[in-house]
Design a protein around this ligand. Structure first.
Ligand code: PMP
Length: 426
């Protein structure tokens, strides 16, 4: 490849120092040195439009978050075994955004850590072990969570207590999808019971991100959640990707469906880059759990984490970023859909707010996934200095997930680059 010698040397050092489990994005990996708003800059100060990173969801290095972190780090940085007011104010504020049934907030450092805790609580409450997930789900990296994260790869074994169901694919299943999805969840729990495994939980993320970004139709999730409850399992809404305004009409992805989760896990954009994550839970689920064992997470909910998270919520509310996600997301989605007429490789354009999926196919009538063309588009956009990635079981869905501060001008910049790349692959 045409990598410069410095980049090539850094890739070699990574391999030598970090070992074989790490992966880089893109055929031509990027060396980034700073970020600002929706932009990232490489070592030569070239600007890249970030249409992918949902950790820095309110924009890279947002000055209010940077200031909040720095100020609190200079005052006090300690843990939840001392009384501190800000964690209470923040928990109260966050719980006010949730359905009334959810009454406690517990803090962790990562999304994996949050899902791990949520599963422990769910299994303790139900007395069961059985878990149902979608077949390309990703929920994290701890031992317990990797056992129900099939998208980690074919070489990662799912647990014997885990069953998968096909993704809720309305593009291919049409109006039958919701009923199919509910029936699959019901059958998966029935299969667990037949094998002597008591149901514990159904977990899905609010927009089925790694499955291929399946946003709708609105309300389709209810049947699956009812099926989980009927089997004696609880429902965990994984909002690590879809939370904090991204889906455009509410703070949480599950709110697009008529459902009330038993537990909600969150992370990624919660601190805009500072590691802070957590679990919101119905009080009755954690009552006995809390009586039996203490919960302490050294860094989870520390004063600096809470300062970052508070500033993020201030910015989302103060700058109207949920509304912006809805508005600019619709504009971007319409713009991509308008390209489908001239480009038969665009099979489906979907998503909610600033979380879009574009299905790339080799035969539009047969809806044949085209992973090769998808990779050409992702890498072509990278050459155009626009960053996205791909997802789904068949690796043919463009995953477009810009920061919530994306402007109409940024959307136009994206579409202009998209046009240049589509013209090349035609
Ligand atoms: N759940 C979902 C839906 C995720 O996308 C991720 C991270 N990609 C996680 C959980 C795990 O979060 P973390 O990487 O912070 O452990």
């Amino acid at each position: 490849t045409d990598l410069d010698p410095e980049t090539r040397e850094m890739i070699e050092r990574r391999k030598a120092l970090l070992g074989p489990a790490y992966r880089l994005f893109y055929d031509k990996p990027l060396h980034l040195v700073r970020g600002e708003g929706a932009w990232l800059f490489d070592q030569e100060d070239n600007a890249y439009l970030d249409a992918y990173n949902n950790v820095t969801s309110i924009g890279h290095c947002h000055p209010k978050v940077v200031e909040a972190i720095a100020t609190q780090a200079g005052i006090l940085a300690t843990n939840t075994r001392y009384i501190h007011g800000s964690i209470l104010d923040y928990a109260e504020r966050l719980l006010n955004t949730m359905p009334d049934e959810i009454g406690h907030m517990m803090f962790t450092c990562t999304g994996s850590d949050a899902n791990d805790l949520a599963v422990r609580i769910a299994q303790a409450y139900t007395g069961g072990l059985g878990i149902v997930v979608t077949e390309t789900a990703y929920h994290g990296i701890t031992q317990s969570v990797s056992e129900f994260s099939p998208s980690l790869g074919a070489n990662v074994d799912l647990g014997p207590h885990v069953r998968t169901v096909p993704a809720p694919d309305a593009y291919r299943q049409g109006e039958d999808m919701a009923a199919n999805f509910a029936a699959a969840v019901e059958a998966a729990f029935a299969d667990l019971k037949r094998h002597g495994i008591k149901p514990a939980l159904f977990i899905c993320d609010g927009i089925f991100a790694s499955d291929g970004v399946f946003d709708g139709p609105r309300g389709f999730l209810k049947g699956a959640v009812d099926a989980a409850h009927a089997a004696g399992a609880v429902y965990i809404a994984d909002e690590v990707q879809s939370g904090f305004g991204r889906t455009g009409d509410a703070l949480w992805g599950f709110q697009r469906h008529d459902v009330v989760p038993d537990l909600v896990t969150m992370g990624k954009p919660m601190g805009n880059g500072y590691p802070v994550a957590g679990v919101a839970v119905r009080p009755e689920l954690v009552e006995e759990f809390g009586r039996k064992a203490r919960y302490f997470n050294t860094f989870g909910g520390n004063a600096v984490a809470i300062a970052a998270a508070t500033a993020v919520l201030d910015v989302i509310e103060g700058e109207g970023l949920t509304e912006n996600a809805r508005e600019i997301g619709a504009y971007l989605q319409d713009g991509i859909r308008a390209r489908a007429e001239a480009h038969p490789c665009i099979g489906d354009v979907r998503g909610a707010g600033l979380f879009l999926g574009v299905e790339i196919v080799s035969d539009r009538a047969a809806k044949t996934p085209d992973a090769a063309a998808t990779s050409v588009i992702v890498n072509g956009l990278r050459e155009e200095r626009v960053l996205i990635s791909a997802c789904s079981k068949t690796h043919n869905v463009l995953k477009i997930r810009p920061p919530l501060v994306f402007t109409r001008e940024n959307a136009d910049q994206f579409l202009a680059a998209f046009d240049r790349v589509l013209a090349r692959i035609k």
